[in-house]
Design a protein around this ligand. Structure first.
Ligand code: SF4
Length: 94
């Protein structure tokens, strides 16, 4: 099961993310190429763009299901804060 705390920093902020368990198998990039891309230097995938429409969300949900090692998370914040207070992780108004 993917861990939000272990996600790659390249992930676009939002609901879906790839964590550091990714084995670079390419499945998610084949299933949902508009949303998953490869970090070539590190050899892993990350979420390049969060889905918006219901159809896009279904594609990303399919990618979650298709990941052989469950490295894709589906529990990130729906409305990610612009930045978080380093101590409390509370949402901070700009
Ligand atoms: S399907 Fe999973 S293991 Fe394969 S590249 Fe995507 S995130 Fe990595």
């Amino acid at each position: 099961m993917a861990e939000y705390e272990d996600r790659y920093e390249e992930n676009a902020a939002g609901r879906f993310y790839v964590d550091d368990m990714c084995i670079d198998c390419d499945q998610c990039r084949q299933d949902a190429p508009e949303f998953f891309t490869r970090e070539d230097n590190g050899g892993y995938s990350y979420v390049a763009r969060q889905p918006v429409t219901a159809k896009e969300i279904r594609l990303c949900e399919a990618a979650v299901d298709g990941c052989p090692i469950e490295a894709i998370g589906d529990d990130g914040p729906e409305d990610p804060p612009v930045f978080r207070d380093a101590n409390s992780l509370a949402k901070v108004d700009a």
